[in-house]
Design a protein around this ligand. Sequence first.
Ligand code: CA
Ligand code: CA
Ligand code: CA
Length: 841
Amino acid sequence: MKRFSLFVAVLLAAACQSEAPDLQLNDLGYFERQGVNVLVFSNPFSGGFNDEKNSGIEIIHHGVRTVQGGAVRLNVTPEQWDLVPTMTSRVVDTLAQTIEVGMRFNWYDFDSRVVVEPKGKAVEISVWLDKPVPEVLAGEAGFNLEFLPSQYWNKAYLVDGKPNRFPRYAVSDTKVRPNAEKVRQFKGYRTYDDRGTGEFIEPLPLSEGHEFLLAPDDPERMVKVTSGSEIRLYDGRMLAQNGWYVLRTVLPAGQTGKVVSWTVEPNAVPGWIREPNVGFSQMGYVPDQPKVAVIELDKKDKVQAKASVWKVEADGSEREAFSGPVKVWGDFFKYNYAKFDFTKLSEPGVYFLKYGDVRTGNFIIDPSVYDKITVATSDVWIPVHMNHMAVHEAYRLWHGEPFKEGYLQAPPSTDHFDLHGQGPTTDTRFKALELIPGLNVGGYFDAGDFDIETGSNISVVMNLITLWERFRSERDETFVSEEQRYVELHRPDGVPDILQYIEHGVLNLVAQAEQIGHMAQTLSNSVLDNYHHLGDAAGITDGLHYDPRLKPYQKSADGKSSGTPDDMWAFTSRNPGLDLQAATMFAAASRVLADRNPGLAQRALKQSIRLDEEATKLMAADTTGRFRRRNQGNSFSTALQLYVSTKDPKYLEQFTAGVWPALERMPMGAIGAALDAIPYLDDDYKEKLRPYVEKYRDYILSLEEQNPYGVPIGLGNWAGGGQVTGFGTTVCNAHRHFPDIVGKEHIYKAPAWLFGCHPYHNYSWVAAVGAARPKQVFYGNNRADFSFIPGNMAPGLLFRQPDHFENYDDWPFLWGQNEGTIAGNTGYLIFGETFRNTLLE
Ligand SMILES: [Ca+2]
Ligand SMILES: [Ca+2]
Ligand SMILES: [Ca+2]
């Protein structure tokens, strides 16, 4: 009997395997079989932030993008600022079923080609050279392919049959080599601090051989890689926490033609169908709102006719509370979508959904579910991002006081690594590398990094002012002492937190205006090796003034300075557009801070008037037109701010002269700001706005045709969470002012998306906010701990060409999907408060 069933099983397995189709080139230009997608430079390396672990040859394996970075690279484990190849050509040959990509490293005048073609269930990847590897890169250039650590760690692998296990943490062997042998990094910067040794670190291989079988213990992750050349496995996390496991073959020196060839066979589970992703709001629902789950389905999956809602009773038992039809919505990119409407269910309680074999986490129906959606952001995320302060929470130190040594003038003609640069002059009274006094006060860390991005900080203060003026939240859960440079979370101190947060932002910005004379672009790192810092911000620099007369790492006798060139720099090229934005913000801040901190309010108003005059003159005198063009966008909303602050009718004229043309030119872009003006203008203005609100309603309805979620879904390399909160705020305001045009049912779409009703998985995008399952990992400054900072809203759903959406929740390191920014998260606060107040009306 036993023998018989084994025999049948073998027969069945053989039948399945012979039926499983081979990899084929599809219409979208990648190789496909059920469970396996092999993409060849559908996403080329961009070079902007360099290696983002999003490019080259990629494999989406049973729905998860577990392999990327396939390309000729110059390092055993490339870091984010190592050189990436430029794609010079990409030819998809549908007849020959091949994809060929040309790659070039300009700096080294080094060209190569990679050809990928299907061989049954595998692909053959070959590297071709028309000229030999340049001598300086011999032994350095190789073909690399990278595997996602969180999907492989603790799993087994076989090398030429010998068993091994992928390490959970980076603990392999390294060697050091002289800096002279280091391949150039981005713009000539260095990602590492060599501590005076003159040497860089290179990881040594974990294993080497000709046949690697990865994850034989996990059929969804199993991949076989074979080659006539030697393949080595490295752990990229040895150099950078965001490194991946790298398989690599060094290109042979002095050879041309086909120099390396690999066969890569990703296993496909026979008959695999992706598990349905049932999207619902992890925050739950208020009783009278629409309640619609969106179910994301494999196109090969059969849609179930019905779904149900189950109630968890007070004694722990479960009963079906509602059952209803599932309606097919249709295809959107890779998957098929269906909706399940359970609006009729309104009794408060604890529920979960059942669709086929899927049982979701639980959610609540109750009038109070949205009451606390902004609390984690305002009580934790915002204060944790306060610069120049020590931030404590109960037993925990989030960070000590950073940058005690202050900021130096950035030298002219500095091409920076975080999208900034210092122009040919300083535009200030300071010499290159001279200390600019008084800048180490106030301000907010930009995002997952620690610079003070001036534009973002201006937006933050404006967002906080908007919050204060619209909602007057007196919430006091944070102790802030600028004198002690000390913040303690969850300790009320008698002052509304928002006013303290506004004050903290203004302190830095007003110091910039006073000390520099205008707004800096950014206060940022001078060296790349501390820009990628993770952990306590107080340790980024040594806190001692840089003295070039001392040797690096040497301290002065008085202990106040050091020879380590780690001090932060102020990038001070003047941009009058930024000065104007600051002038608007200072005007608003002066009215909000007048009672709380009259001295600071006066300083802000003085800078507002001065910057406004100077910047206006500079822009008028500008013959190149670059300032005017750059700053055309916001003029009418700026005029509104100035009108509210000063009541000067000339600003009202400027506003009305700007708003109507803007509404004609970009109706969806301008409507939010136009609605914001209603409380300050007369009834005629509101009536004149009506047809534009009707257009906006049509836009809201058109989104329901565009995708199954009814919100704008961004396709950029920074996911569109901010677009969704902006949309949510505008829909709420449109409904509040024109309820006859924009019905209340539309206001619930943005929160549903934010809290779990979206593609890929159904976790809330906001850290620690959402009942059963908020996201677990974010790209905060604690990302090395695979953690989060509560209240962070992730950008969310990242699009990868040509048809893949993703949001890793076991790997925090892709900023485009998991970072939070100070402007974005204060935008989330505005959305949250607007939504909550709209519900109350
Ligand atoms: Ca930054
Ligand atoms: Ca407080
Ligand atoms: Ca220093």
